[in-house]
Ligand binder design. Sequence first.
Ligand code: AMP
Length: 115
Amino acid sequence: MSDNCLFCKIIAGEIPSQKVWEDAYCYAFRDINPQAPVHVLIVPKRHVTGLNDTGALPDQELSACLHAARQIAAQEGVGESGYRLLSNCGPHACQSVQHLHFHLLGGKQLSERMD
Ligand code: AMP
């Protein structure tokens, strides 16, 4: 856990969240400002700042987030209709929380554009 990290505090239960998934390595909850009918944030429990820091995350813990995404998509009813999984890294991508997280977006037709 990193002091003053919003997502570490959510994982620890110090800040409330709408949990949709939890396993040994990752935690997932609804985005407070959803950009699609389904907008879930999937975060590793271990604090790493983002995609540039995944060398500090054991492979098993990184892959756990991806396996969780597949299962959350099914749980949320978008596994077949489709969904997008993305992670913003750094200022040009508008990363606002410095704890690695994956946005899972679905439940509507998403734009072909990624920007
Ligand atoms: P990013 O801009 O890629 O770093 O994504 C951070 C996301 O965290 C944004 O989509 C925010 O809406 C979301 N967020 C910020 N605070 C909270 C919170 N307390 N609970 C749930 N989601 C949050």
